[in-house]
Write a protein that binds this ligand. Structure first.
Ligand SMILES: CC(C)(COP(=O)(O)OP(=O)(O)OC[C@H]1O[C@@H](n2cnc3c(N)ncnc32)[C@H](O)[C@@H]1OP(=O)(O)O)[C@@H](O)C(=O)NCCC(=O)NCCS
Length: 159
C-alpha cells in the first residue's frame, strides 16, 4: 500500500488487517492506549437522544471492559448539540483551546473544547446512565488513528 507521507525515518500509511497484531500490542499498553469515539447521526434521527445513549454505552464499555481511566471528548465550541451530549453523559469541560488546523471550518475561530470524565466520576454514578449497546454509528478506535480532514465535526472520546 502506498505511503500517505514519507519522512526521513517514517512511512505513514493507512492501517490494514495485517496490522492487527501491532495494533493489539499498542492498545495493550496502558501508557499509550486510548479509545476514541466518533459519532454522526442521520438528520431524521437528531434530537431523539441517540447520541447520548450511544455515547453513554461506549463510555461504560471504555471503563468497564477496556480498563480506561479517563475518557476525553473534543468538539468545536460552536457545536452546541455535541457539547450538550457530552454534558448529558456526565463529562465536564476541561479546557478551550485553539489548534492550528490545516483546514478551515466555519466557527473554528471560536476554538475547540475538551470534556472529560474520570473512572472515579463514572463509578460514582455522575456520568453513568446504564445505557449499553446503543445502535448508533460509533466506534472505539485505537490511539494513533489519524484525525481525518474535517474530523472536527465528530466528537472524539479518548482515555
Ligand atoms: C450532534 C449530534 C451527534 C447529536 O445527536 P443527537 O442524537 O441529536 O443528540 P441527543 O438527542 O442525544 O442530544 C442532543 C442535545 O443537544 C441539544 N441541542 C440540539 N441542538 C441544539 C442547539 N442548536 N443548541 C442547544 N442545544 C441543542 C438537544 O436539545 C439535546 O439536549 P437535551 O436532551 O438536553 O434537550 C447530531 O445532532 C449530529 O450528528 N449532528 C450533525 C451536525 C453536528 O452538529 N455535528 C457536530 C458533532 S460534534
Amino acid at each position: 500500500m502506498g505511503a500517505l507521507l514519507s519522512t526521513r525515518r517514517l512511512r505513514l500509511r493507512r492501517s490494514t488487517p495485517d496490522d492487527v497484531d501491532l495494533l493489539t500490542d499498542l492498545d495493550s499498553d496502558p501508557d499509550v492506549m486510548f479509545p476514541e469515539l466518533g459519532y454522526r447521526i442521520r438528520k431524521p434521527f437528531w434530537g431523539k437522544g441517540y447520541a447520548t445513549e450511544g455515547s453513554a454505552g461506549l463510555i461504560d464499555r471504555a471503563f468497564a471492559e477496556l480498563g480506561a481511566t479517563r475518557v476525553v471528548a473534543e468538539t468545536m465550541v460552536v457545536y452546541t448539540a455535541s457539547r450538550r451530549v457530552m454534558e448529558k453523559v456526565g463529562m465536564r469541560l476541561v479546557r478551550t483551546f485553539f489548534a492550528d488546523w490545516p483546514d478551515h471550518i466555519p466557527g473554528d475561530e471560536h476554538g475547540d473544547v475538551e470534556y472529560a470524565i474520570t473512572r472515579a466520576e463514572w463509578a460514582s454514578g455522575s456520568g453513568r446512565t446504564g445505557c449499553r449497546g446503543a445502535a448508533i454509528s460509533g466506534s472505539v478506535r485505537p490511539a494513533g488513528a489519524f484525525r481525518r480532514p474535517g474530523a472536527r465535526d465528530l466528537s472524539s472520546l479518548r482515555t
